[in-house]
Design a protein around this ligand. Sequence first.
Ligand SMILES: [Zn+2]
Length: 275
Amino acid sequence: MTDRSLTLMAVHAHPDDEATSTGGVLARYAAEGVTTVLVTCTDGGCGDGPGGIKPGDPGHDPKAVIEMRRAELAASCEALKVTHLETLDYGDSGMMGWVTNDAPGAFWNTPVAEAAGRLAELIRRYRPDVVVTYDENGFYGHPDHIQAHRITMAAVEQTGIPAKVYWTTVPRSAFQQFGTVMREIGVEFPEPEATDEMPALGLPDDEITTWVDTRGYGGQKFASLAAHASQAENIFFLRLGQERFTELMGMETFVRVRDTTGAAKPEDDLFAGLR
Ligand SMILES: [Zn+2]
């Protein structure tokens, strides 16, 4: 054992992705003295603009969006007490099939080896014990999330440094609970159905290896999300209010895909086996 503190690195695609799926663990582990590093891969330029202007609509100015989202990301990191924010500043690729996928500098258009090399440098600098990113489908198929997954797995392979690697996921049972709460507050929310075009999201509860209770940090997680209130999908969550949001989103769940500690599964701590 060395005297350096434990380190968590979360690799995300866009400014605001840190809030919903890992805001709780970032806040909780920072409070426990863990060094937290957030890597945000893109500039978020395909997000909603000031005043809610959608990408592609007249008046959507990617430069203004990027600037606004950079400030929002800084405020979110402050809420979560993130120790180090690193931005790779690739262009936001937009949704799958958008022309922005092929734009010069777009993350999706960047060779995996090139971006993985930059991330590997950060992994060598911070030496994270635990790295968290998305699954191979980027949870819901967004090209930048898929690319974040690919470069993370390549950088982990190259460096061999992290003792544990996790993919964020959502238990199927949570979708049912989510639908119930949404209908309670008057939001239309259809029962999730798997179709040929879209695979079912999340995982059956018994395939989830790691359940981290972050409900004690719900205020910080909600504040992090509120920092990104310019994005329509976040406004949707903010409508829940802090208490309901925490009840629904306070348990953060993961699949452990790399482990050199031998910690037993299921586990309730990303650092199980490391302290
Ligand atoms: Zn995203």
